[in-house]
Design a protein around this ligand. Structure first.
Ligand code: GDP
Ligand code: CA
Length: 340
């Protein structure tokens, strides 16, 4: 097969682990002789977690992807930059500026200042991301789902009082312990996909849904008007990777998000939530972990061809094997439906 054009929809940390594996796989499968790959990979990142804080525009999922792909992320802590310090945050806290429970590292603040400066010069976020990514050879094209400000808010009740929290406040301050009644995408009505998104989906040979949070990462991307429609129309097979293994969210608190939208924390329920393409949904294929093999038959009878393969992203090699399985499945689906 010639080098494919691949589009991945991704959130932050789970998305980044998967995309690092995908990059490793495509470099081995379609080498370009210079240590890169002939495959063309576009990563469409969730921007629903973005926020203004201390006068700065912060884009958590784009930064998780950027730092992990650049190899400057803190793999021990699981987020932010390696070798980070927190002197500036201490000063901000002393002035009572920002959120004391939302630490901004010094190196990370450098990124936020650079981003905010470029936005204030009038660049759209997608152009800002291109500028910031140019610092490192990422090997993939990183694109925000939208250039518009669309923020995920969470409706909760705290001490009997209904409140509307920014997603990051719910996630980081309450550790998703306060039950979410609903998720809102504030500003979504007038949002448009960032300019590279729709052409990438239309021209893709394969679209992958990373094993990211199905509600507040992938779900938020799908909520941007035009993106779901483009997915329904693309000739490329769409293959998703389950973020749920053996009834648990592996890392993080995706179960709290799924509960809020009435979807069980299981690989089968998330596959059903995305839906079969043959039935107006998104999935041509779905990968579940080997421990969820029992759900393969149920999903297949619901119209979602499913394979069970190891889905723990322990390291880049494990993630690369998952990416390889997803691309193999896409090839199989394409062969079965030649119009795709
Ligand atoms: P976030 O934006 O930083 O929360 O990251 P994502 O939305 O991209 O991914 C978070 C999700 O990744 C978690 O909710 C887990 O369900 C999933 N996840 C994390 N580690 C693994 C893993 O090793 N394997 C699989 N299959 N899913 C994982
Ligand atoms: Ca996120």
């Amino acid at each position: 097969m010639p080098a494919p054009r691949i589009v991945v929809l991704a959130g932050g940390v789970g998305g980044a682990k998967f995309v690092r594996g995908l990059r490793r796989h495509v470099r081995a499968a379609w080498p370009d002789g210079a240590g890169g790959s002939d495959a063309d990979v576009t990563v469409v990142a969730n921007t629903g977690d973005d926020l203004w804080l201390a006068g700065l525009r912060i884009t958590p999922d784009l930064d998780s992807l950027l730092y992990a792909l650049a190899g400057v992320n803190d793999t021990h802590r699981g987020w932010g930059r390696a070798g980070e310090s927190e002197r500036v945050s201490g000063e901000l806290a002393a002035y009572g500026v920002g959120w004391p429970w939302f630490t901004l590292g010094d190196l990370d603040l450098g990124t936020h200042i650079a981003r905010t400066a470029l936005l204030k010069q009038g660049l759209p976020l997608s152009a800002v991301v291109e500028r910031l990514s140019a610092r490192w050879p990422l090997g993939v094209r990183l694109v925000p789902a939208t250039d518009d400000e669309v923020e995920t808010h969470v409706l909760v009740e705290e001490d009997g009082v209904p409140r509307d929290l920014h997603f990051e406040e719910w996630w980081v301050r309450t550790r998703a312990k306060v039950p979410a009644h609903a998720f809102l995408q504030v500003g979504v009505e007038t949002a448009r996909p960032a300019p590279p998104v729709l052409p990438a989906l239309a021209e893709a040979d394969v679209v992958l849904l990373a094993p990211s949070n199905p509600v507040v990462s992938i779900g938020t991307i799908l909520g941007i008007p035009g993106i779901r429609e483009a997915l329904l129309e693309t000739a490329a097979p769409i293959v998703g990777v389950s973020p749920i293994i053996g009834g648990s969210a592996v890392r993080g608190m995706a179960d709290a998000c799924l509960r809020a939208i009435g979807v069980q924390t299981s690989a089968a329920a998330v596959g059903g939530h995305y839906g079969a393409r043959s039935d107006g949904g998104l999935l041509d294929g779905w990968l579940v972990d080997t421990s969820d093999e029992a759900s393969v038959g149920e999903l297949a009878s619901a119209g979602v061809p499913t394979s069970a393969v190891p889905l723990w992203m322990h390291d880049d090699e494990a993630s690369a094997a998952i990416a390889a399985e997803a691309l193999t499945m896409a090839d199989r689906l394409r062969a079965r439906a030649p119009s795709r």
